[in-house]
Design a protein around this ligand. Structure first.
Ligand code: AMP
Ligand code: ZN
Length: 498
């Protein structure tokens, strides 16, 4: 008999940003979930703040899958249309970088998409099911713009097309996600500048006519131009998940205007509100301020991995940084500091040591000092309560404490409880939290190995300088035999393990 999926026995609650309440999660189609998360704008390397948001949604994706749901997870790549200033002004972020670096915009896109993937792989994020790009969906963006015009919610002006927010608000509610009210917004905004084509400052672009110097442009019924930033997400979510789908996520800073505009576009085009559960991940801060590319208040993932930053005393494994982030709930602000990361590292290795100990734990007839069933229930309760990973981690540490007492022969675990504890620990630590077991000892060994090879490289260099080629070749060849290959380059000698 097939085992029933876990979701049948678990009641998952999700904090829905649009209602401001934790709601029982019910997908549109039983057993299936459509989830869309706004991806990065690929014009520069991702910073640790961006990574936090994608790790938060990776946790959510992993838990939904763990519960047995079939999840279609769509996360886009913004490779056109995101202007420097969110209010439809300024240069396209990708084009600007291409101009400065004298590269094709698509070279910029390729470079930073690769960086994004590479970094998220280091953090052990699972890839989404579909990763569509804005430039790959220009036709669909033109089509939906026509529909919104036909439905009376957008107008053309000088080759650009704008969404008519005032008109929309007569029949719908613009501001329901961000809790804003159009009248207040109007009262608090300055008059439009003379050169603006918008009827009202709240209107936003669906299509923008390209200035002659704008490199990224496509033909359309209105002008050679490019789509507005908010439109791509409406188009790609609708195309791959339908006009109405279950979960839409992104960082808190995208709530307004980006997500508010997505709701307006969806309702204006399809007559339906597009999303059932809106989820917003909170920010990573540095010295109490939001990590942000524009202010330069950032740490890069590379700095964490190599420790080369004046904010850090040492380097940290990607999985330790991931653990640090998951020790905070995704809706709480998390402040980054070296001390906090060092504390997480200690906890992480304690957790990994206990998991290692589990493999050799002696079992007895009964269990004393631990209620396994209650503990498992509480682990699920934590995650069912809006993906509360810090509470889950606290629960995992209760098991760590018990495992260590059994190891010291101060408590007993029955064989059946042992199996349950081991299975549950593995499921939550590796499948749900997505941690990787890097052992402190093995990372220590690899540091020492690198040091030893560097020493041999220096000895070989000295031998060569003394024209002692017999010794220098011997070092190279014997290292090669044990699987360490030296590579001479302009910047000196490096090595790889075969
Ligand atoms: P962007 O590439 O700027 O569009 O950002 C990609 C994602 O990172 C968005 O979901 C942002 O909300 C998110 N993000 C940006 N800064 C931070 C931060 N400091 N902490 C957490 N998430 C952030
Ligand atoms: Zn988006």
């Amino acid at each position: 008999m097939a085992v029933a999926p876990l979701y049948k026995t678990q009641e998952l609650k999700i904090y829905n940003s649009i209602s401001g309440n934790k709601e029982i999660f019910t997908p549109i189609t039983e057993g299936n979930i459509g989830m869309y998360v706004c991806g990065p704008t690929v014009y520069s390397n991702v910073h640790l703040g961006n990574c936090r948001t994608f790790i938060s949604f990776d946790l959510i994706y992993r838990y939904l899958k763990h519960l047995g749901y079939k999840v279609r997870y769509v996360r886009n790549i913004t490779d056109a249309g995101h202007l420097e200033n969110d209010a439809d002004e300024g240069e396209d972020k990708v084009s600007k970088k291409a101009r400065i670096e004298q590269l094709e915009p698509m070279e910029i896109v390729q470079r930073y998409t690769l960086d994004f993937h590479n970094i998220l792989t280091k953090f052990n994020n699972l890839p989404p099911s579909i990763e569509p790009t804005a430039t790959g969906h220009i036709i669909e963006q033109i089509e939906i713009t026509k529909t919104i015009i036909d439905n009376g919610f957008a107008y053309e002006a000088n080759g650009s097309v704008y969404f008519d927010v005032k008109k929309f608000n007569e029949t719908n509610n613009y501001g329901k996600l961000s809790g804003r009210n159009l009248e207040d917004m109007i009262a608090n905004t300055r008059e439009l500048t003379a050169q603006s084509d918008k009827k009202n400052p709240q209107d936003f672009a669906l299509w923008k006519k390209a200035e002659p110097e704008h490199i990224m442009r496509w033909p359309s019924p209105w002008s050679d131009g490019f789509p507005g930033w908010h439109l791509e997400c409406t188009v790609m979510s609708t195309k791959y998940l339908g006009e109405q789908f279950d979960i839409h996520g992104g960082g808190m800073d995208l709530k307004f205007p980006h997500h508010e505009c997505e709701i307006a576009q969806g309702e204006a085009a399809c007559g339906k509100t597009p999303v059932n559960y809106w989820m917003h991940a909170n920010m990573l801060t540095l010295d109490g301020k939001k990590m942000s590319k524009s202010t330069g208040n950032i740490l890069s993932p590379a700095e964490i991995f190599n420790g080369e930053s004046d904010k850090l005393n040492k380097d940290f494994a990607p999985t330790v940084a991931r653990f640090f982030m998951l020790q905070a709930h995704y809706r709480s602000i998390l402040d980054f500091s070296n001390d906090a990361l060092e504390a997480s590292e200690k906890g992480f290795y304690r957790l990994m040591d206990a998991i290692q100990s589990l493999d050799t734990l002696k079992t007895g007839k009964t269990t004393e000092g631990f209620d396994t069933e209650k503990w498992i229930r509480e682990c699920y309760d934590a995650m069912n309560d809006d993906f509360n990973s810090p509470i889950l981690i606290a629960k995992l540490f209760e098991a760590v404490k018990f495992i260590n007492t059994v190891k010291e022969n101060k408590a007993i675990v029955s064989t059946s409880d042992y199996r349950l504890i081991r299975e549950t620990m593995h499921a939550f630590v590796f499948d749900v939290l997505g941690l990787v077991n890097v052992n402190e000892a093995s990372s220590d060994i690899s540091d020492k190995l690198s040091g030893a090879v560097e020493l041999l490289i220096n000895l070989r260099k000295e031998a060569r300088a003394n024209k002692d080629f017999a010794t220098s070749d011997k070092i190279r060849d014997e290292l090669q035999e044990i699987g360490i290959q030296l590579k001479d380059g302009r910047e000196g000698t490096s090595f790889t393990l075969n």
